[in-house]
Structures are given as C-alpha cells and as structure tokens.
Design a protein around this ligand. Structure first.
Ligand code: KG4
Ligand code: ZN
Length: 334
C-alpha cells in the first residue's frame, strides 16, 4: 500500500496543504492571505483567523487534486515552528484532530529544515554534505546539511532577516507588503551602480541587515527634502542598487563559508531565493568557483506545504514521529 502523507503549513501568512505519496508531490495547495497587504506586514491576529477560516477548504482541495480520500492517508506532517504562535496553533490543532479521528501518526516538522529539504522534491538533488543559504522573511542562515535530519547552523543574521530588509525598504519606496518581488522586478531595468549603500560586515559567517535599512531611510529622507519626486524618478536605479548591496552581503559570507569548509555543493532556499538577481549571481559564482548549485523551483521557495511533506516523509522513514503532547514552538531551533 502507498505511503500517503498529508502536510500542513500555517507558520505565517500562507495556508497550505499537500499530499506526498511515497516521496512524490501529488498536490500542493497554497492560499496566500491578502488581508495583510494594506498593513505593510503580517498582522499575527489576522493571520491566525485567516488560517482557521481557510484550512478545511485548502485541505479538501489538496486531497481532491491528489485524487486521494481522507481514509487513504497514512500520516500527518505539520509545521511545529518557527513561526507565529497563533498561526502554528491552527495547523497543529487540525493535525491532532485528524490524527485522533483517523488513528494515524503525527510528524512534527521544523519550517527552516523544510525550506532546505524542498531540494529533495525534484531532481537534481544535492549530495550530502551541502551548504544551504536559507533566506526568508524571518531568517537568514548558512546551514551545513549532513543528512535529511542532521543540519547545523554555521551562521545567521544578528538582527533583521534579508527578506525583512527587502520588505521594510520596499515600504520606504512605497511598495505594498511583501515587496521583495517588486524590488526584484524594478531592479531588472535599473543601474546597480547608481547609488552606493554601505554593506555591514559582522564576524564569522553571520549577517546584519539593519544597517542598510537605516542607511536607505536617511538617504531617502535627505533626497526627498529637495525633490518630492526623487523616488518616482529613480525607482529602478534605487531598487537595483539596494538589491545589488544585499546580494553582495549574502554572497560574501556564502563564498567564505564554502571555501573554509571546502564545500562545492551549494543550495539556496526560502522565499528570497525566488529573487532573480540572487539566482543569476549564484549561477555566475558556480562557474567561477566550480560549485554545483541548486536552486528550487519558485513554487517551492516561498512557504508551501509540499516542503513540509517531503521533510515529514524523511522523518517518517527514520521513525521520527511525535505524539499528541506536541506543542508549537514559535522559536523552534534545529
Ligand atoms: O520563505 P517565505 O515565503 O516566508 C517566510 O518564511 O518568511 O519568504 C517570504 C519573503 C518575503 O520577505 C518576500 O518579500 C521575499 O520572501 N521574497 C522575495 C522575492 N519573492 C519573495 N525577496 C526578493 N526577491 C523576490 N523575488
Ligand atoms: Zn518560510
């Protein structure tokens, strides 16, 4: 009989469900909550309410697209953390209810590990050990991945995540939330050398993105004093210059970490890995350093339940299940 895992993702503002059959994705239903756009960021209370409102229809759609009935499910994987507590509670409570009703086991999944394991949804898959730069709205980490369950954070941000920097700077430029994608689009037609912003360097393989955010804020404030239309007139060049600085900061530590740990298998993961500038830059670096690079499909970069399902599948194979006493952990570590 086939091993059918249903996976649930509800850590932030995407309500998602996926069916994984013997390690293959049969469906991946994602509902992105639009309610936050006008607030310039995710409003936790609204996010949990929206998850509660939509989770049943999202699960129904995932089952329907996979052609699987609820009675054919073998196990339930869900995001335990990190994420917003109220949002995580919706997914975990749903998973527990289904586990009791259908008498099937539960598998708790770390959202950040799942972003990395999204590389095992499709070919080509990285060889162990590999280095993964995980870049999202909440995290920026350099992770040494030795196995499906064995991962070590070698470096991370000391303050803002790089996605947060994209979104906060985007807000200053007048974009709605989340604005990473919009900065990316405008950057394509801009001059990355037009404006210079400082790139902060911190010890080890760590990052800091709060400095560039403040630098852009003061830069725009000064320019707007003498020209109200400065942003509109220079939007593409501003986006290209800011994105260029962020990419430079990300890549400097990635190169250092890869060299010092003698690793040539390099992956990127997380929502910011959807950035076309980062993807192009990485391809250039792979030629220069003779790296083998792995970039997930866009659909598997931003939050989705298929990555939770694939992480759950490997945990299931290792017998790493959990019981009904499991609770969400907003700051879950590896
Ligand atoms: O992984 P993700 O979907 O959610 C979290 O776990 O945080 O990442 C969301 C982040 C947001 O900050 C969003 O602006 C950013 O990914 N993002 C991008 C792009 N697409 C999404 N940032 C830069 N360029 C993009 N094309
Ligand atoms: Zn994420």
């Amino acid at each position: 009989m086939a091993l059918n895992i249903i996976a649930l993702e509800s850590s932030c503002d995407e309500t998602s469900a996926s069916i994984i059959q013997d390690g293959k994705v049969l469906s991946n239903t994602i509902l992105s909550q639009s309610v936050h756009e006008i607030y310039g960021g995710v409003v936790p209370e609204l996010a949990s309410r929206a998850h509660q409102q939509h989770i049943i229809s999202v699960v129904d759609k995932a089952l329907e697209e996979a052609g699987i009935s609820i009675d054919e499910l073998s196990a339930i994987a869900f995001t335990q953390g990190p994420g917003l507590l109220g949002s995580l509670l919706v997914g975990i409570s749903f998973a527990k209810g289904l586990s009791i009703a259908k008498d099937i086991p539960l598998i708790s999944v770390n959202h950040m590990q799942a972003h990395i394991l999204a590389h095992f949804i499709e070919d080509p898959k990285p060889d162990f050990p590999f280095l993964c730069l995980t870049i999202s709205g909440g995290h920026t980490q350099l992770v040494l991945v030795s196995n499906y369950l064995d991962m070590k954070v070698l470096g991370e941000t000391r303050d803002d995540a790089v996605g947060e920097a994209f979104d906060k700077i985007g807000k200053m430029l007048g974009f709605p939330y989340p604005s990473g994608y919009l900065i990316d689009e405008h950057a394509k037609t801009g001059d990355p050398g037009k404006f210079k912003f400082p790139s902060t360097s911190v010890p080890g393989y760590n990052y800091s993105f709060s400095g560039i955010k403040t630098a852009v804020l003061y830069f725009l404030r000064d320019k707007l004093k003498t020209d109200d239309l400065f942003i509109e007139k220079n939007l593409s060049d501003l986006c290209a210059s800011i994105q260029h600085t962020l990419i430079k900061m990300l890549m400097e530590k990635l190169i250092l970490c890869a060299k010092e740990n003698n690793i040539k298998e390099i992956a990127i993961a997380g929502g910011v890995a959807a950035n076309s500038g980062i993807r192009d830059h990485l391809i250039g670096l792979s030629e220069h350093y003779d790296w083998k690079t792995y970039i997930p499909k866009l659909e598997y970069c931003t939050d989705n339940a298929a990555m939770i399902g694939i992480a759950g599948y490997y945990r299931f194979l290792e017998g790493a299940l959990c019981d009904l006493t499991v609770i969400p952990n907003a700051r879950l570590k590896f």
